[in-house]
Design a protein around this ligand. Structure first.
Ligand SMILES: *Cc1c(COP(=O)(O)O)cnc(C)c1O
Length: 484
């Protein structure tokens, strides 16, 4: 049996081997579900095995089932990669095995969070003193922030929800943009507010909440407590809800809470050239973002930020909901998320922020957006291509009409949408099979579309150009097959 040092060195070599190849390997997986089950499966071993053999075997059998999302040409979801220091800090996090529930059982873990929290609030331009919880992802961050909102609006209505629950409580009206991410509805489901029992506000052509419709809906809610969920960064278009108008409408009400889901879009607030998209952000009550998306730290790493720290703490603490903190400056992380024992997520975030610095972070966000625009421009003049969205951030939606249906050039009748949908899906499948890059499909306002998301620190213009060439080639091949 190898000693531990040998094992960890061997593991570091395996990890480096993978990362050395991640920019050139096929981006999609090659193994099927059956292949992977056959490779991983078998009887539960009755006798233990040698760690070195397990690790090398794991690296070998997992490999064909790995997606190169850590690499530069994965554009499928807003997924990001891992900055080198964040990956390394994450290794140390595992080696240290700290419990980030309480200061007393993980002092360094707690302080890494405390410092990272302050830096993040400053970077996003949010109110000083806002509280921060480090969650698994944006889903639990929105759960956390909306729990804080639920606490405060019910407290103002004379109800202690943490003690007495929702049964018999004053009814909260929940108002959500029609294009809110599904995880907002899941948060509401877990909070007892109902995933469907919401007022949905129509969106405009780019997926932004319409403030005129919001005003109409709010006007019909009487004096009920209200939770409003807006979005910074639509998963399809990258568009931002118009926060100045939304804030103005929400602030006219005596008892309302405004949450903003900015799982990836919040990072625009860091960049001087993009910040205008998030105007009004600092006037909301709570915010969600993900570090495992655009900060490029490993999973899992979501962030909940709440202006009203007392509401945040009351909603999440394991202690008494109305306990007033008097002593010590130490942060007990269990007061700010729905977990007690957990991974020390702060170390990787802290490392990533130091690796980039403010300037490096701005450069990375701006570069991803420039690459998205470059890919949109590289595809725009391909036969049959329509770019469906205004490329304001890192998202591009592309629709492909086959040569047989693309009559737009000769002014004849519009192509049949169902045929264009099918052709678009065929092009996406062909690009996935080609393996140069990976991106997925979506349905945007009833139309099938290819969705390109750029969020990896290591993606270059050359990766964008290679990927555009692959997409154009695949579209031409699928097109010539249709014509035959
Ligand atoms: C990705 C995303 C989420 C969900 O984030 P997880 O980290 O997967 O929980 C929520 N909202 C938006 C806008 C997203 O892009």
């Amino acid at each position: 049996m190898p000693d531990r040092r040998t094992l960890l060195r061997q593991t570091a070599e395996l990890a480096a081997d993978f990362l050395d190849g991640v920019g050139t390997r096929r981006v999609g997986a090659t193994a099927t579900h059956d292949d992977l089950v056959a490779a991983f499966g078998g009887e539960l071993p009755s006798r233990g095995e040698a760690p070195g053999e397990i690790v090398s075997d794991l690296a070998r059998i997992a490999d064909p089932g790995l997606i190169a999302s850590a690499g530069p040409r994965y554009f499928g979801f807003v997924i990001g990669g891992s900055l080198p220091s964040a990956l390394a800090a994450d290794w140390l996090t595992s080696a240290w095995d700290q419990n980030a529930g309480l200061y007393s059982i993980g002092p360094a873990a707690s302080v890494a969070e405390e410092v990272a929290a302050g830096w993040l609030v400053e970077l996003f331009g949010l109110p000083a003193g806002s509280s921060v919880g480090f969650s698994t992802g944006a889903t639990m961050a929105s759960f956390t922030a909306l729990a804080a909102g639920r606490h405060r609006v019910l407290e103002r209505a004379g109800w202690a929800v943490e003690e007495d629950g929702l049964q018999g409580a004053p009814e909260i009206a929940v108002v959500v943009g029609a294009e809110a991410h599904v995880t907002i509805h899941v948060s509401l489901q877990m909070l007892g507010l109902g995933r469907s029992r919401v007022h949905k506000i129509e969106a405009d052509g780019q997926g932004r909440m319409r403030p005129d419709r919001l005003r109409e809906v709010l006007a019909g809610l009487g004096d009920r407590p209200v939770l409003v969920c807006a979005q910074s960064g639509n998963v399809n278009t990258g568009a931002f809800d118009p926060l100045p108008e939304i804030v103005a409408a929400v602030r006219e009400r005596p008892n309302a809470w405004l949450h903003v889901d900015g799982a990836f879009g919040l990072w625009a607030a860091v960049s001087p050239s993009l910040r205008h998209l998030t105007d009004g952000l600092a006037d909301a009550d709570s915010w969600t973002t993900d570090a495992h998306k655009w900060l490029n730290v490993p999973y899992d790493s979501g962030i909940a930020i709440v202006r009203d720290a007392a509401a945040h703490r009351a909603a999440m603490t394991l202690g008494a909901a109305y306990y007033i903190e008097t002593g010590g400056a130490e942060r007990d992380p269990y007061n700010w998320v729905a977990e007690s024992s957990r991974r020390a997520r702060g170390f990787a975030i802290y490392a990533a922020l130091r690796e980039l610095g403010r300037d490096g972070l701005i450069a990375m966000i701006d570069r991803c957006c420039a690459i998205a625009r470059r890919m949109a421009e590289g595809l725009r003049d391909a036969p049959g291509v329509t770019i469906l969205n205004d490329v304001v951030l890192n998202q591009v939606l592309v629709r492909f009409a086959s040569p047989a249906t693309d009559r737009s050039s000769d002014g004849a009748s519009e192509p049949d949408p169902a045929v264009v949908d099918a052709f678009t899906r065929d092009v996406i499948a062909a690009v996935q099979a080609d393996g140069t890059c990976w991106l997925g499909g979506t349905t945007w306002h009833g139309m099938a579309a290819m969705r390109i998301s750029v969020s990896n620190w290591s993606t270059t213009e050359a990766d964008a150009d290679l990927s555009v060439a692959a997409i154009r080639r695949c579209a031409a091949q699928v097109g010539s097959a249709v014509r035959v």
